[in-house]
Design a binder for this molecule. Sequence first.
Ligand code: TXA
Ligand code: MG
Length: 335
Amino acid sequence: MNHKTQVLTPNDRNIDYCAELLSRDELVAVPSETVYGLAGNALSESAVEKIFSVKGRPYIDPLISHFADSDSAAKHINAPKILEQLADTFWPGPLTVVVPKRPNFPNIVTAGLDSVAIRVPNNPLFLALLRKLDFPLAAPSANSFSYVSPTCAEHVMSGLGGKITAILDSGPTNFGIESTILDLRAKTEFKILRPGPITPEQISDAIGIPVSEYPSGQSKATRIDAPGMLEKHYSPLTKLSVFVQTDDTLHLEFEPNAAYVFQKRPDMPPANIKAYWLSEDGDLTTVAHNLFALIRKLDQMQLDEIHVELSPYHGIGVAINDRLNRAARKSNSSH
Ligand code: TXA
Ligand code: MG
């Protein structure tokens, strides 16, 4: 496939145009409140095949399907009772739920699983587009498989430019980190499959049912829980490692051709090192918002290594550290 990828400004005419492209099984990168998604008609096998092929994503890694509202999802799933309450509280928003699918929903989207991951995104353009369509949009993050997720149109262009028809540009995304994934198939305790902007505490407060922390008693998700979560993911090409700030940190022997990324502006940046920070004051929402853009920028700088300080393990910090630890994991595949 060889396109000249169009970057479209956000207006009604371009939303109509994207709807037309998607109806013809073409792929469009769309903004969401989390990261940019690579969207195609979830009910069309040929569109979904293109998504896997453009991303270089293995077919065993299922996609999230996006709907305009929970009513439009109803005919494709066997909705557990609790979904209504969750949808009222968190949709549109960065919560994805895994629920039993109906047999007609295409197996290619769900990698043959009998469950499907669904969400209603909270971005006005994405929602306007979904409302124009009579099908849901399958949309993984709009990056090549296992690379860092895109938080602006330029990121999408640098990874997928020439391979997709269009990018709907609405500037940088709000959260900067992918949605929380919650497995709703259990009867008693629901499990977080991927930590994200919505925390287990927020969910259990809303529904009055315990939600297990991530990772729930085990160090890794199992294959059946979240197939795509097994891989080394979110990784720049440059080696990335994580560190925790202790009194010793500043006494380390710093490598000259490495970047050191702090959670907040250091009181006294160590001399002669390439120091960066993800926020002025350690605010975790800001850290999440800036994280992928900074890693992508540093990945362009021919560094020997990128060292990133971990967040405190609370709130969205759990999701930030999940992404950092995955990026730091040694690759056991060719990706
Ligand atoms: O914020 C987000 O969720 C973004 C935006 C575009 O919506 N999307 C996103 O998609 O991050 P992706 O494909 O990069 O990550 C989807 C994750 C994968 O780890 C996949 O394994 C998991 O969702 N997943 C999808 N369907 C599943 C299912 N039926 N059971 C368990 N995990 C599933
Ligand atoms: Mg992804």
